[in-house]
Design a protein around this ligand. Structure first.
Ligand code: SF4
Length: 380
């Protein structure tokens, strides 16, 4: 498994439990609570077993561990502690260790214990400062609970916190979005992710939208909110480094950057995805199979040269730093300009992409029509 120079792999650990299912969520997660002790134990046992079987395949110790879900903090502390301790055996000592948390599931004591165990980054779903919007989203917490958790996280010693915000919500005004951004930034988290609501099949929102009972913000409002996030967060000291992600200097998500830069990551747990050695695969999405230790690779795919080129473009253009044209040439033995001559000329003419300093980047105009730009490069 060849790694780009200086790159260590990442480990992703999926915890597929949540207090309740949010109305917009299509992630692989199930409602589970304090009465789910036996399920939590069996799942944790299977996960530890999978780590023993799989982590030895890593070509080098991981330098990021990301425990996501679902809501990892729904698991009892004892389970989280077993999972973290086991994963550290396959990681470097200065590893970035992120845990996703939902404000309704974290106490100050639990946060302090996680910090003491070695977690050093917390990703918290804040979404909005308005309780009516949180209720529409089906979130299990109020804004007041979020604030309390944030204070608790700081008191527990977490100085690298990422907040998730959502825009283009039903009934959300531009002013409400601005207030959510300003308040989030006033707390000075290291990192802010700002996602546009997407209505996905299989969710409660999808059913409501199909029945004509839910209306997402229209495209113009969505675009206006996206422009506001970029401008306002920039003014407030957050550098946009990816289409939906902003950070204070030096606080990019190291783990998520691995996905965009196509650095190998090993996915552990129900339905987790992995990428390594030019292959992609995923784990079973069936809880019984997983708990029965069926860790066979599902959908194992050998990426062709063209698949790799497509991924490089699709993921690289999401990053503000764009694609290194020299790296492209070194990797694929052919220049970007010759592979994509027609689309490149067309997109440059339209002002959707630009070349400077040996890199190709999306121009602000290209960000607004991202899908059309991607289609131009990828469907030729
Ligand atoms: S907390 Fe996150 S993973 Fe869980 S249901 Fe809500 S959006 Fe989905």
């Amino acid at each position: 498994m060849a790694l780009p120079d200086g790159s260590a792999p990442g480990i992703y650990i999926h915890i597929p439990f949540c207090l309740k299912k949010c109305s917009y969520c299509d992630f692989l997660s199930f409602p589970a609570g304090p009465g789910s002790g036996e399920l939590f134990r069996s799942y944790t046992d299977a996960l530890i077993h999978e780590m023993d079987e799989r982590c030895g395949l890593l070509p080098a110790p991981a330098d990021t561990i990301y425990v996501g879900g679902g809501t990892p903090t729904v698991l009892p502390l004892e389970s989280l502690s077993r999972i973290l301790e086991k994963s550290f055996a396959f990681a470097t000592p200065c590893c970035e260790v992120t845990i996703e948390a939902n404000p309704a599931t974290i106490s100050r004591d639990a946060l302090a214990a996680l910090r003491a165990l070695g977690a050093n980054r917390l990703s918290v779903g804040m979404q909005s400062i308005f309780d009516d919007k949180l209720k529409i989203l089906g979130r299990a917490h109020t804004f007041g609970q979020f604030l309390e958790s944030y204070e608790d996280a700081l008191a527990a010693g977490f100085d690298n916190i990422s907040l998730d915000l959502m825009y283009a919500l039903p009934g959300q005004t531009l002013q409400e979005w601005e207030e959510s951004i300003r308040l989030a930034a006033s707390l000075s988290p290291r990192h802010i992710s700002a996602y546009s609501l997407s209505i996905e099949e299989g969710t409660r929102f999808w059913d409501l939208a199909e029945a004509g009972l839910l209306q997402k913000a229209d495209e113009d409002a969505d675009l206006e909110m996206s422009h506001m996030a970029a401008a306002l967060l920039g003014e407030l000291g957050y550098e946009q480094y990816e289409i939906s992600n902003y950070a204070q200097p030096g606080f990019w998500s190291r783990h998520n950057s691995k996905y965009w830069k196509r650095i190998p990551t090993l996915g552990l747990g129900l339905g987790a995805h992995s990428f390594a050695g030019g292959k992609r695969w995923s784990n079973t999405r069936d809880m019984k199979e997983y708990i029965d230790r069926d860790f066979g690779m599902r959908g194992l795919e050998d990426l062709s040269r063209w698949d790799e080129i497509q991924e490089t473009v699709f993921l690289g253009l999401r990053l503000n730093e764009g694609i290194s044209l020299q790296d492209f040439l070194d990797r694929f033995g052919e220049s970007f300009e010759s592979v994509f001559k027609g689309p490149l000329e067309k997109m440059e003419k339209l002002g959707a992409v630009s070349r400077a300093g040996g890199r190709l980047r999306l121009a602000p105009r290209g960000r607004d029509v991202l899908n059309a730009v991607m289609a131009e490069f990828l469907c030729q």
